[in-house]
Design a protein around this ligand. Structure first.
Ligand SMILES: [Ca+2]
Ligand SMILES: [Ca+2]
Ligand SMILES: [Ca+2]
Length: 489
């Protein structure tokens, strides 16, 4: 069921100026997560300033942009940050504008490319998407190749989240740059999601034709995108003063802005969306009478935090929480549950409480292959003296062991045959685990395979796995399975 909320009265929120103590643990369902500050600071030598994108790299470092123009590799264990590119003299840094999205090449070990989006000044504010090569000897990003530039910018409403799809095309969200005629104008690249090849050329199968970067239109300012294991591309989008949106992005879709806000549900909106080609309604909105400012999205697919497994996590700036979003496991087109974490006041009254979150403003998120989650907290914008401003924070279930059994849930047996194996293998799961996420985990705790238990008996070809011992794990809130899988030579 898609949820929407209605306010009967508009409440004024009040700033909480008292700095809240930083907790050492937080609770998620039956799981206790240890909280550790990896790095914190306000643009001092060792600190950071408005971390905008954090992404886990195959080198086990966090790759990070800061909005004022610095790209870094952050050692998540020691908190040591190393600058790999300084764009502070190039980037136009003002309000929401600056250095924004970052995306690593999906085959980074063989193709060490890093994609960046930033605003710059050239007869007005513009936006550029550029590709760099990471030189592991010098430890720097080098040889920039501009993919797209001259995208109209502004101090606000400029995207720009980046995501590479499995077909090696790059998506980039662009905002309406405060020019509301742009999102419905197919000759403008603003208020869109753009799709390009990794050299900046236009894919021949782009939905608006082989000379158009447009992938979807009618966007106001989307800043979250994730491709889920079900193959669906989900996106979060900032609404004006109401109607933040949660959308499924389809090629050629029209998301309505500025003629439609949130659901297409008023007389003039229905006239507008009927006239649009391939109008797409959101799955959910937050809310019909206020906004929360949704940002980054990830899919959590690890048994370390079973309450989150197989769900999306979305960072929220203004309403200061982490939102857990569960979609149906049939076709993934409805939100079946959502939960507000780390802000009790907002959870109790979702349209009136701000500046009361455990971690203040949450802008970005990434997860490690061992199931740890890292949050990037933003600097102050609403109110002052935010305890967590400009931090990278680790959340870790220290009681989770990749080879252990979670005592809080009931363990059920999964049949695996043949075992040892090195090819097509049968997994027969217990009924209780239907719909749960499952993973195959190596001895270092890294996920090497993941999926959803959508049949009790699943046939999986493990011939790509290296020989050795693995664990097959699946879990929901009540049941878990942990079985040894031996891949033979
Ligand atoms: Ca991220
Ligand atoms: Ca919309
Ligand atoms: Ca509406």
């Amino acid at each position: 069921m898609t949820r929407s909320f209605t306010l009967t009265s508009i409440s004024l929120f009040s700033f909480i100026l008292t700095a809240l103590a930083q907790p050492s643990t937080v609770t998620v369902g039956n799981t206790t997560l240890d909280v550790r500050v990896v790095i914190q600071g306000n643009n001092s030598t060792n600190g950071i300033d408005i971390p905008w994108e954090i992404q886990w790299g195959p080198d086990d470092y966090i790759w990070m942009t800061e909005r004022y123009g610095r790209v870094s590799r952050l050692n998540p264990e020691t908190g040591v940050r190393t600058t790999i590119l300084d764009l502070t003299n190039t980037v136009y840094d003002n309000s929401e504008a600056g250095l924004l999205g970052l995306q690593l090449h999906p085959d980074f070990e063989n193709t060490p490319q890093v994609f960046l989006a930033y605003t710059y000044n050239s007869g007005g504010v513009k936006e550029r998407i550029v590709r760099y090569n990471y030189n592991s000897t010098s430890g720097m990003l080098e040889s920039p190749l501009t993919l797209v530039e001259g995208i109209n910018g502004n101090t606000t409403h400029i995207g720009c989240r980046l995501l590479i799809l499995p077909d090696n095309t790059l998506l980039a969200t662009t905002g309406d740059y405060q020019e509301q005629t742009s999102p419905q104008n197919e000759n403008s690249v603003s208020g869109k999601i753009l799709r390009m090849n990794l050299d900046g050329s236009i894919p021949a199968d782009n939905p608006f034709g082989p000379t158009s970067y447009l992938y979807s239109i009618g966007h106001r300012n989307a800043q979250g995108m994730v491709l889920a294991p079900n193959g669906i591309l989900y996106s979060s989008e900032h609404g004006p003063s109401t109607n933040d949106e949660f959308n499924i992005i389809v090629a050629g879709g029209n998301y309505g802005w500025p003629n439609v806000e949130g659901f297409c549900n008023t007389g003039s909106e229905m006239t507008a969306c009927n006239a649009m080609t391939d109008y797409q309604d959101p799955l959910a909105i937050w809310y019909s009478s206020s906004t929360i400012a949704p940002s980054d999205l990830i899919w959590y697919n690890h048994p370390a935090i079973p309450e989150w497994q197989g769900k999306m996590l979305m960072t929220v700036l203004k309403a200061e929480h982490l939102k857990v979003i569960e979609v149906d496991n049939v076709d993934g087109t409805t939100v079946v549950d959502e939960e507000i974490l780390f802000n009790t006041a907002h959870a109790n009254n979702p349209t009136s409480s701000f500046n009361q979150g455990t971690f203040d403003r949450l802008r970005d998120i990434c997860m490690a292959p061992d199931g740890r989650v890292f949050l990037a907290t933003s600097g102050p914008s609403w109110g002052t003296s935010l305890t967590w401003a400009n931090s990278i924070v680790e959340l870790k279930n220290s009681s989770y062991s990749p080879l252990g059994i979670d005592e809080a849930t009931k363990n059920v047996h999964t049949q695996i045959y043949p075992n040892p194996t090195n090819g097509v293998t049968n997994l027969v799961f217990a009924n209780e685990l239907m719909g749960a996420g499952f993973s195959v985990i190596d001895q270092l705790g890294r996920i090497v395979w993941s999926g959803v238990v959508n049949n009790r008996k699943m046939e999986i070809d493990f011939s790509s796995l290296a020989s050795g011992l693995y664990m097959v794990q699946a879990a929901n809130e009540d049941y878990t399975t942990n079985e040894r899988l031996l891949i033979s030579e």
